[in-house]
Write a protein that binds this ligand. Sequence first.
Ligand code: 5RP
Length: 218
Amino acid sequence: MHPGKQAAALAALEYVANDALLGVGTGSTVNVFIDTLAARGPRIQGAVASSEATAERLKSHGIDVLDLNMTGSLELYIDGADEVNPALQLIKGGGGALTREKIIAAASREFLCIVDRSKQVEVLGDFPLPVEVIPMARSFVAREIVRMGADPEYREGPRTDNGNIIIDCYGFSITDPLALEAALNAIPGVVTNGLFAARAADILLVGLDDGKVETIKR
Ligand code: 5RP
């Protein structure tokens, strides 16, 4: 396992209170967090999962998976990212779980993001921006994305957990993440996009290769 991801995941345990109700994201860094939480973390009440894969992993460790409709707001959401800028705005959705991730992040008081150094950038956009789309709107949304100056690519593979498709957008120069997030979400057929600017992370833990962790707060 990548030492930076491991270091960030381990450091995240410090933020988890006994008996907490946690929001838990998706991806390889979060997988390390889940395994570490189960092995050496405090005992938690349960977790709201941002994907079926995360739900399965939590359950495999005997951690209760709860429905966000039943829990109400959460104290803490822990998730990784594909890119993070100095304002702690993110690109997410490399794993295709962006919509549920965005819902849980919005429903949580604090968003703790765990990454390795390779995810830190000055300007978002080298990583192709994922957009979750209702299947019948695929071509229309792709044309709108071209009109906005990017190059859309249909992501092959299974549908999202919500039964939709993903379009990855190449070549957006994201100098105004808030504006682009809103503009993409305004296209009919778009469920949501992977920019987390309106709801950025609150705390960023950057795991370094030597096992140290840098903490950045917004
Ligand atoms: C999934 C995500 C992940 O947080 C993102 O892809 C980072 O994954 P990893 O921890 O495997 O690098 O947004 O939709």
